[in-house]
Design a protein around this ligand. Structure first.
Ligand code: GLV
Ligand code: GLV
Length: 324
C-alpha cells in the first residue's frame, strides 16, 4: 500500500496534485486550522505528517504518534512550532524547506527597510483617503536609506540575501551571528561582524532580524537590548515575533524611543497588539515573507522530495536535527 500522508493545510494546487499521484494523501480541503485533537488523530494515523507553522507539535501532541508515523515533513523553514528533540526521541525524522524562500523573504525584509523610513504606507493611505493637498518642500519627509547602517541579527541564508540587497541601496552592512562568516563570504558582502550584539545595536540606524526562533533567541531583542537602540533607529522583523519582546517594542515606539518598525511577524499571531494598529510609523504585514506562488510551490516540491527520499530509504535532503 502507498504510505498515508496527512497534510494539515491547503497547499498550492500543483503540489496537491503531485502528492495525490505519489502517495495516499489526506488533504485539508476546507483549509481549517487543525485542532489539537485533529492533530493528535493525524499523528496516530499517518505514515507521514505534513504540518506547517500554525500547527503546534509539542511533546504531548507528539506522544500521540502512532506506530506507523516515521516522518514529519514540515511545509516551511522555521520549526519552532515543533519540539524537534522530542520528535527525535520518538524516532521521528523531521524535515523542513530551506533555500526556496530565501530570496522572497529577503525581498520582503528589504521592502520593509525601504517602506518604514520612507513612509510608504502612510503616504499611500493619505493619497487613497483623498487627503493630499499638493507637493510642498516639507510634506511627508522621511529619512534617507543610502549611507545608513543596517544591523543584521542572524546572518544565515536570509540575512545574507538581505545584505546583498541592502548594499545595492548604499547601506553599510553590519551583522551579529552565533558564528562569524567565513572571511571570503564576509568580505564579498562587505559586512562588518559584531561579536557583541549589544554593541552593534547601539550603533545601527536599521536593525533587521533574521535568526530562527529557538530557546536561545526567545526575546533576544529584550527590553534591555531594545533600549540600546538610538531613538532614530528602525526595527524590521520578518523572522519570528518571539525573537523580539513585543511589549517592550510597542512601549518604546509609543514613547518615541524608536523611529519606527516594519513587522511581518508577531508574538501572538494572528493577534496584533492593538496599540501597533494606531501607529503611523509602523508597517504591519500578515506574515507574508514567503508568500509568493513560486516560493509556496517550491516549498511543496521540497516537501515531496523529502517524503520521496525518506520512503525510498534514503536520507531526506532537509533533515532538521535537535538543537540545530
Ligand atoms: C515561514 O515563516 C516559514 O518558516 O517557512
Ligand atoms: C533560513 O533559511 C536562513 O538560514 O536564513
Amino acid at each position: 500500500a502507498k504510505p498515508l500522508v496527512i497534510v494539515t493545510r491547503k497547499l498550492p494546487d500543483p503540489v496537491e496534485t503531485r502528492m495525490m499521484e505519489l502517495f495516499d494523501v489526506r488533504l485539508n480541503l476546507d483549509d481549517h486550522p487543525f485542532t489539537r485533537e485533529e492533530l493528535c488523530q493525524a499523528m496516530a494515523e499517518a505514515d507521514v505528517l505534513v504540518p506547517t507553522l500554525t500547527d503546534r507539535l509539542d511533546s504531548t501532541v507528539l506522544s500521540h504518534a502512532g506506530p506507523s508515523l516515521r516522518l514529519i515533513a514540515n511545509f516551511g523553514v522555521g520549526v519552532d512550532h515543533i519540539d524537534v528533540a522530542s520528535a527525535h526521541q520518538r524516532g521521528l525524522t523531521v524535515t523542513n524547506t530551506p533555500d526556496v524562500l530565501t530570496e522572497d523573504t529577503a525581498d520582503m525584509a528589504m521592502a520593509l527597510i525601504l517602506a518604514v523610513p520612507r513612509r510608504l504606507v502612510e503616504g499611500e493611505r493619505l493619497a487613497r483617503e483623498g487627503n493630499w493637498t499638493g507637493w510642498t518642500p516639507t510634506f511627508m519627509l522621511g529619512h534617507r536609506i543610502s549611507g545608513k547602517r543596517l544591523g543584521i541579527v542572524g546572518m544565515g541564508r536570509i540575512g545574507q540575501a538581505v545584505a546583498r540587497r541592502a548594499r545595492g541601496f548604499g547601506m553599510a552592512i553590519h551583522y551579529h551571528n552565533r558564528r562569524r562568516l567565513h572571511a571570503a563570504t564576509e568580505s564579498a558582502l562587505e559586512a562588518t561582524y559584531w561579536e557583541s550584539l549589544d554593541q552593534m545595536l547601539a550603533r545601527m540606524d536599521v536593525v533587521s532580524v533574521h535568526c530562527p526562533h529557538t530557546p536561545a533567541t526567545f526575546h533576544l531583542l529584550s527590553a534591555r537590548r531594545l533600549a540600546l537602540l538610538r531613538p532614530h533607529a528602525y526595527v524590521v522583523n520578518t523572522a519570528r515575533g518571539e525573537v523580539i519582546d513585543e511589549n517592550a517594542l510597542v512601549r518604546m515606539l509609543s514613547q518615541g524611543e524608536l523611529a519606527g518598525a516594519g513587522l511581518d511577524v508577531f508574538e501572538h499571531e494572528p493577534a496584533i497588539n492593538p496599540r501597533l494598529l494606531k501607529m503611523d510609523n509602523v508597517v504591519l504585514l500578515p506574515h507574508m515573507g514567503s508568500a509568493t506562488v513560486e516560493a509556496r510551490v517550491d516549498m511543496g516540491e521540497k516537501v515531496l522530495i523529502n517524503i520521496k527520499a525518506f520512503i525510498d530509504g534514503h536520507r531526506p535532503p532537509d533533515r532538521v536535527l535537535p538543537g540545530a
